[in-house]
Design a binder for this molecule. Structure first.
Ligand code: THU
Length: 134
């Protein structure tokens, strides 16, 4: 049997909230934080990182997934996204494809309010049905 790391949802909310505080979002002023739990049980975080050349901006999820990969993680088990306040946001289309690339069949995507009191969860297949794969 393969070991599957426990998903500590409050810890993921805390990690994503902390990462969000470092967001570089001087153009939209919309700060996002993300935390990814991988198959090793390690948590990688990301925040959005905008650019004066607007299309070069990077979403929090992309930064967190990159941090997971560079630290040696291969598959996301859970992804937490926090946008501040009561607002829940789901990943943009591009990040849905990024998530699908690094997800397993049971990967869960969580969207939480800043307090962590409201949390929604969804499967990657719901977010991006029939995703492109090579
Ligand atoms: N953003 C994210 O980081 N993640 C999302 O899921 C949606 C949007 C960022 C991109 C941009 O820096 C800002 O939020 C406004 O769109």
């Amino acid at each position: 049997m393969t070991d599957v790391p426990e998903i500590n949802v409050p810890a993921l909310v805390a990690a994503a909230r902390k990462a969000r505080l470092n967001a570089h979002a001087p153009y939209s002023h919309f700060q996002v934080g993300a935390a990814v739990l991988d198959e090793r049980g390690s948590v990688s975080v990301g925040c959005n990182m905008e650019n004066a050349a607007y299309p070069l901006g990077t979403c929090a999820e992309a930064v967190a997934l990159g941090a997971m990969v560079v630290s040696g993680g291969r598959q996301a088990r859970a992804i937490m996204i926090v946008a501040g306040g009561e607002r829940l946001i789901t990943p943009c289309g591009g990040c849905r494809q990024r998530i699908a690339e690094l997800a397993g069949p049971d990967t869960i995507v969580y969207c939480a309010s800043d307090t962590g009191d409201t949390i929604e969860s969804m499967r990657v297949e719901e977010l991006l049905p029939n995703s492109f794969r090579l």
